[in-house]
Design a protein around this ligand. Structure first.
Ligand SMILES: NC(=O)c1ccc[n+]([C@@H]2O[C@H](COP(=O)([O-])OP(=O)(O)OC[C@H]3O[C@@H](n4cnc5c(N)ncnc54)[C@H](OP(=O)(O)O)[C@@H]3O)[C@@H](O)[C@H]2O)c1
Length: 340
């Protein structure tokens, strides 16, 4: 096992088996933390096996059951922890005819409050870091495209309902609910707002983000997310930012976490030139009926997180790591060109 620093805090990570949480746990263990991860089924080896293979897991990781929809479900996991990283939230796209309130909004909003009520009962708690999303900032029409959006911006709930972008609405309402609860109950909350997360996936089953990227790289771009312009960030930068925001005494409020914002067409041009053996199209077609989701031009102001010392990897670095891992996991055909 790698040498680790002296024992650090005991922290809880909700949704431990997810794409973002798995990488966060990898980084927390490498930094010497004792981690209590919550999952819906700790006995499901297909979902949690990769966590047990992380360096330090056998010594400093515990997995316990936690379901956002079961009141009090996180009490045991959170009690005695100094920090809580709340990442669990429904991310999957909804099947047609499903009920967005039951499947996305309630678990995101009520689940966040459920986790925070457990935090309130825990006298050891120092800080909660909530994984929100840059989508809580950018889904609005009433801004000056010449001025980058920063953490003072909130997505329009009316626009989200009109466009039926339930995930964005769920993240926006969940983060607002968390701020209200934590202010009323004097809980130290910091929120992190990642853009689209790219990089190697530790869970062997592809999450929705990784499936989207695979759709792009294999030419099935209708599977790729349907927004014309998007911010991107390396998964390791997301994990490191979570830890920075937990550890830094001066961290306060919301933090956008993103490297570069680019149009899908620019992204396709960069990636098709970089990986010529993959069938990446040079232009994107919008999935029929989804043209209205093409958002106006925007930039993100990431100076707040950079001000705490964070530096972000480039688009090329994040996709190189992502492509390499998709090949290693057998999701992409072997790629013979040198990536540099
Ligand atoms: N990926 C991105 O590009 C991105 C960008 C910005 C923000 N985020 C945020 O990052 C967080 C993690 O997302 P991800 O990309 O890592 O997605 P993911 O792999 O789908 O992880 C989501 C996690 O939430 C858990 N979850 C969902 N419903 C639950 C419930 N009812 N009870 C308990 N756990 C539940 C899932 O548990 P199961 O394993 O049991 O299904 C899963 O572990 C989310 O809050 C997401 O909004 C992601």
């Amino acid at each position: 096992m790698d040498e680790v620093p002296d024992f650090k805090d005991k922290v809880c990570v909700t949704g431990a088996a997810g794409f973002v949480a798995s990488w966060l746990i990898k980084r927390l263990l490498l930094s010497g933390y004792h981690v209590i991860g919550t999952v819906r089924d700790p006995g499901d080896d297909k979902k949690v096996g990769h966590l047990w293979r992380l360096s330090g897991a056998r010594e400093r990781l515990q997995l316990v059951k936690g379901d956002l929809m079961v009141e009090g479900s996180f009490d045991e996991a959170i009690m005695g922890c100094h920090g809580v990283f709340h990442t669990a939230s429904p991310v999957l796209g909804l099947p047609i005819n499903s009920d967005p309130k039951a499947e996305i909004l309630q678990p995101a909003i009520n689940g966040t409050l459920n986790v925070l009520r457990s935090c309130k009962k825990n006298p050891s708690l120092r800080r909660v870091v909530l994984t929100s999303s840059s989508s809580t900032v950018r889904a609005r029409d009433d801004f000056d495209p010449g001025v980058p959006l920063d953490e003072s911006s909130w997505s329009s709930e009316e626009l989200c309902e009109r466009l039926k972008i339930w995930y964005v609405l769920s993240k926006t309402l969940a983060e607002k609910a968390a701020w209200n609860f934590c202010m009323e109950n004097k809980i130290d909350l910091v929120t992190i707002l990642p853009s689209f997360v790219i990089g190697p996936s530790l869970p062997p089953l592809l999450c929705s983000t990784a499936s989207d990227v695979l759709g792009l790289l294999t030419g099935e771009t209708e599977k790729f997310h349907r927004h014309g312009r998007m911010g991107y960030v390396h998964i390791d930068d997301v994990a490191l930012s979570h830890i920075l925001l937990y550890e830094n005494e001066n961290a306060k409020g919301r933090y956008l976490c993103s490297s570069t914002v680019i149009d899908n067409h620019q992204l396709a041009a960069i990636l098709s030139a970089r990986y010529p053996t993959l069938s990446i199209p040079k232009r994107f077609k919008f999935k029929a009926g989804f043209e209205k989701l093409d958002r106006p031009y925007y930039e993100l102001d990431i100076s707040k997180l950079k001000g705490l010392g964070m530096e972000f990897r480039s688009i090329e670095e994040m996709f190189d790591d992502c492509v390499k891992s998709l090949i290693e996991q057998g999701h992409l055909p072997t790629y013979h060109e040198t990536m540099e």
